[in-house]
Design a protein around this ligand. Structure first.
Ligand SMILES: *Cc1c(COP(=O)(O)O)cnc(C)c1O
Length: 215
C-alpha cells in the first residue's frame, strides 16, 4: 500500500486499510487489530451479530455487504458507517432508525461500476439522482463512494469511479461531506490507489484464502 502511494504520487499515509472479516474467526480478527488494524468490514449482518461481542472494540466497524432494509435495525447502533447504500428505500430506513437512536449515520453510496447483474449498487448514470435524494435526509451524512470493479476490469472503470467521486464533491450537496473513495481489494488495490482510492478493503491479503466450510 505504501509503495503504491509513492508510485502514484499519493500522499504517504493517505490511504486507509480495512480488514474484511467475512468467514474469519474473531480471534484472528483481534490478532489483526493487535497488529494495528483500526477498521473492520462486515458483509453479512447475521455473521457480524454472531461475532461482534468477541471483537476487540477499539476497531471501527463498517458494513460493506448488501444490506436489506429489514436488517438495519440490528446494526444501527454498532457500526460507524454503512458503505453499501444503493437505494432511496434503504437510505430512508437508515435515516428513520438513526433519528430514533439519536445519531447521524455516515454512509457511502455504492456504485455498480461494471454494470454486473451479480452486484448491487446504483449505475454510474443513476448516482447523482440517488445522491440528491439521500442528501435530503438529515440523519445521514454522505461521506463518499464505494465500488467493487469487476475482476480484471480495465483501468478506465477505475478512472470513471474517480470522476464520479470528483463530481459528487463538486456538487456540494447538503448533508454531504464526501471525502472517502472506497475501492480496491486484495487483487486490485494498487490500481485503485492509482485512481484516487483512499480506503482499500482487504480480506485474502491479510487473512489468507477464505474457508466457507467453517461454521
Ligand atoms: C470480500 C470483500 C472484500 C475483500 O476481498 P479480498 O479479495 O479477499 O481482499 C472487499 N470488499 C467487499 C465488498 C468484499 O465483499
Amino acid at each position: 500500500m505504501a509503495e503504491a502511494e509513492t508510485r502514484y504520487g499519493r500522499e504517504p499515509g493517505s490511504v486507509r486499510i480495512m480488514a474484511v472479516t467475512k468467514t474469519v474467526p474473531p480471534e484472528k480478527v483481534n490478532a489483526a487489530v493487535a497488529e494495528g488494524i483500526t477498521l473492520l468490514g462486515e458483509n453479512r449482518v447475521q455473521e457480524y451479530l454472531s461475532k461482534k461481542d468477541q471483537y476487540d472494540s477499539s476497531a471501527e466497524v463498517h458494513i460493506i455487504g448488501h444490506l436489506q432494509t429489514n436488517k438495519v435495525k440490528y446494526i444501527i447502533n454498532d457500526v460507524a458507517m454503512i458503505q453499501s447504500v444503493d437505494s432511496v428505500k434503504l437510505a430512508h430506513e437508515i435515516d428513520r432508525l438513526a433519528e430514533k437512536n439519536g445519531r447521524v449515520m455516515d454512509v457511502l453510496l455504492e456504485v455498480n461500476i461494471g454494470g454486473e447483474d451479480s452486484k448491487s449498487g446504483v449505475s454510474g448514470n443513476g448516482l447523482m439522482e440517488l445522491a440528491g435524494e439521500v442528501s435530503k435526509l438529515k440523519n445521514l451524512r454522505i461521506r463518499g463512494l464505494m465500488a467493487i470493479p469487476p475482476i480484471g476490469a480495465e483501468e478506465a472503470l477505475y478512472a470513471q469511479m474517480q470522476e464520479l467521486f470528483e463530481g459528487l464533491k463538486a456538487a456540494e450537496l447538503p448533508n454531504a461531506q464526501p471525502d472517502i473513495l472506497s475501492m480496491g481489494m486484495s487483487g486490485d488495490y494498487e490500481t485503485a490507489i492509482k485512481y484516487g482510492s483512499n480506503l482499500i478493503r482487504i480480506g485474502t491479503g491479510l487473512f489468507g484464502a477464505r474457508d466457507y466450510t467453517r461454521k
